[in-house]
Design a protein around this ligand. Structure first.
Ligand SMILES: *[C@@H]1O[C@H](CO)[C@@H](O)[C@H](O)[C@H]1NC(C)=O
Length: 271
């Protein structure tokens, strides 16, 4: 009993890591690969917009031009320049989905001109529309229009990954990024909007912007008199309001001359 358990344990420790990549796809990376691929496709469209089957501009070739526009030759030319040869992710995605791109080119292009939306979001399902996340493209916390109420970043925004929760910008906090962080006060707020501003530097917390709005005043500590001394021995300590700085001691002019000439590389005459 004991043996079989530990054997199973050893086997799973050795083999599970090997299987993991099969089960967990990195949708963040796949979506960004897809986005780049579509960008390159658009560049390819641009690059080939002046081409035609043979060059020249006779009336006969003018007529041919309209055919080239949606020809297989043009598609091939675009696909060939799509991925850098050393980009494994791009080439892999292209190989796996060349037929999908062909379908778009020949049958869907007119009806669905936005290739990113059609290909990355709806066909191969590695991205989501802006403001949505995860396998089913659910709305981010705060809604897809203004994720995190525009005061933070939604986890997985625009990809099939993430949990849709917010990491708030500096000065904001709470699940919805509507609350103000330490050292900030609320200037404007309703159910869907919040603007927090930094307190005056003399306040610990505050209800407004000026030094009269402090909940508590910041006692200036003279760091220069504290032990251990905050600066190096050769530096001058300057106490400032709420902080301090260390400054290099002035080196007399004659000394600095000496230092300079010592630092110069040896001259040829000396050799
Ligand atoms: C909340 O405030 C913002 C900014 O002032 C405003 O644009 C928005 O309409 C307000 N929403 C509500 C529900 O009052």
């Amino acid at each position: 009993m004991f043996m079989s358990c530990s054997v199973f344990y050893v086997i799973s420790m050795v083999f599970l890591p090997l299987f993991r990549p099969v089960f967990t796809k990195d949708f963040t990376a796949l979506c960004s690969t897809c986005r780049q691929l579509v960008e390159e496709f658009d560049k390819g469209l641009e690059r080939t917009s002046k081409f035609n089957f043979g060059g020249g501009n006779t009336a006969w070739e003018e007529r041919k031009l309209s055919k080239y526009e949606s020809s297989e030759i043009r598609l091939t030319e675009i696909l060939e320049g799509l991925c850098q040869s050393n980009s494994f992710d791009c080439n892999h995605m292209l190989e796996e989905n060349e037929e999908v791109l062909e379908t778009w080119w020949f049958k869907r292009k007119t009806k669905y001109p936005d290739l990113f939306k059609w290909f990355c979001i709806e066909s191969i399902k590695v991205c989501c529309p802006k403001g949505t996340f995860g396998p089913d493209c659910n709305s981010c916390v705060g809604g897809s229009e203004r994720p995190c109420h525009s005061n933070g970043k939604c986890d997985g925004d625009g990809t099939r990954a993430g949990n849709g929760k917010c990491s708030c910008d500096h000065g904001y906090e709470g699940e919805f990024c509507l609350d103000c962080g330490d050292g900030y006060f609320s200037e404007l707020r309703n159910d869907t909007f919040s603007l927090c501003k930094e307190c005056h530097k003399s306040c610990v917390g505050c209800i407004g912007a000026t030094s009269n709005d402090c909940n508590q005043c910041r006692n200036d500590i003279n760091e220069c008199e504290q032990e251990p001394h905050p600066c190096r021995e050769d530096q001058e300590c300057l106490n400032t309001d709420g902080s301090f700085s260390c400054k290099e001691e002035e080196v007399p002019a004659s000394n600095s001359e000496d230092v300079k000439s010592d630092d110069l590389p040896e001259k040829h005459e000396d050799l």
